[in-house]
Design a protein around this ligand. Structure first.
Ligand code: PMV
Length: 350
């Protein structure tokens, strides 16, 4: 029987509280601004991926996602394969007894346990898991930082899913992207009582992909330039301080303002991009009502490139936030899965 080499891994979803929106280099996925996210618990939203390779496999690489065959010829996936193969090749060149895995076709099998491409950061978990699984298969000694540089080329936000806890992505300055990598702001254990309520307003695939949306925003929005040059750099500092100080009010305020700013640049794009819908706006109103009733910010909404809401809150406010949300929205039309799920925002470092 022909040899088959195999390795599996899981990677969690991350949800940004300072959004990545805009590429200064679309080929290398180099962003126009730094960003920051919270990695969710692997037991909740994650991609499970098995990578295998064998000289007996048909000659081309394959990728199966949730049972359906995906195109691997795109530049992003190819960039990840190429970088990982090059690292493996250097091991093989240095040690002639190492099996020549880099020359074998790859077979990747991935499963998401959440809706794909519905603004739930599926590509983030997907590329992080793909890169990590192949790195394990090739027995690469690569650090999460190095893997984040590779995963970034698959999908920008994927670089942040290589770390658990509170994670930044430094936009970097180098033209080759060598310094555009993720870093851990704080481990999950630093602020373990953070929770995320995911409200699935629509599980449908988003109509404007993040890649095409970003490029149109960069090209046409006049709000965008000040967001990238001034607003985000200031908020990156405020957010890192909020995490260090475990200051939920500051964390929540910056999270909501940054989501608003990102969706404002979408609306300011020509033609405009509408990711939020009436259901999303109802969620914003509920968060405002919760915070008004509490007399301070105890809940914070954020929306990616889709209508689904992610509500951050601390465990001590579970009843006031998740409980009230479920009561308020349980009866409302438009919430697929009716209630949404509360998940722990405390993925461990991979
Ligand atoms: O990684 P991409 O290309 O799917 O872009 C993700 C963009 C947002 O989710 C909207 C923001 C972010 O920082 O995750």
């Amino acid at each position: 029987m022909a040899e088959i080499h195999r390795a599996s891994t899981t990677a969690p979803v991350n949800i940004a509280v300072i959004k990545y929106w805009g590429k200064r280099d679309p080929k290398l996925n180099l962003p126009t601004n730094s960003s920051l996210s919270v990695t969710l618990s692997q037991s909740d939203l994650r991609t499970h991926t098995t990578a295998s390779c064998s000289p007996a496999y048909p000659s081309s690489d394959t990728l199966l996602l949730n049972g359906s065959s995906q195109d691997v010829t795109g530049a992003r996936t190819q960039a990840c394969f190429r970088e990982l193969r090059a690292l493996r090749k250097s091991i093989e060149d240095a040690d002639s007894s190492a099996p020549k895995l880099s020359s074998y076709p790859l077979k990747i099998v991935s499963e998401n346990n959440f809706p794909t491409a519905a603004g739930l950061a599926s590509s983030a978990a997907g590329f992080a898991a793909l890169v990590r699984a192949i790195a394990n298969l090739y027995e690469l000694p690569a650090s999460p930082t190095e893997l984040s540089r590779i995963a970034r080329q698959g999908s920008g936000s994927a670089c942040r899913s290589l770390f658990g806890g509170y994670v930044g992505w430094e936009q970097g300055a180098a033209a080759d992207g060598s310094d555009s990598v993720a870093f851990q702001v704080a481990p999950a254990s630093h602020w373990p009582d953070m929770r995320a309520l995911i409200l699935v307003a629509s599980a449908a695939k988003k109509d404007v992909s993040s890649t095409s949306g970003m490029q149109t925003t960069v090209a046409t929005s006049s709000l965008f330039a000040s967001r990238a040059a001034e607003t985000v750099p200031r908020r990156m500092k405020e957010m890192q301080n909020a995490v260090q100080d475990k200051d939920f009010e500051a964390f929540g305020k910056v999270t909501m303002m940054d989501s608003n700013s990102f969706h404002a640049t979408c609306l300011d794009t020509y033609p405009p991009i509408f990711y939020l819908n009436d259901t999303s706006r109802a969620a914003i109103k509920v968060v405002e009502a919760i915070n008004t009733a509490a007399g301070k910010i105890i809940a914070a909404y954020t929306f990616d490139a889709g209508p689904n809401a992610v509500i951050y809150y601390l465990e001590e406010n579970e009843k006031k936030v998740a409980g009230l949300f479920k009561a308020a929205l349980g009866e409302k039309d438009g919430w697929a899965g009716q209630r949404g799920d509360a998940v722990e925002a405390n993925g461990d470092a991979l």
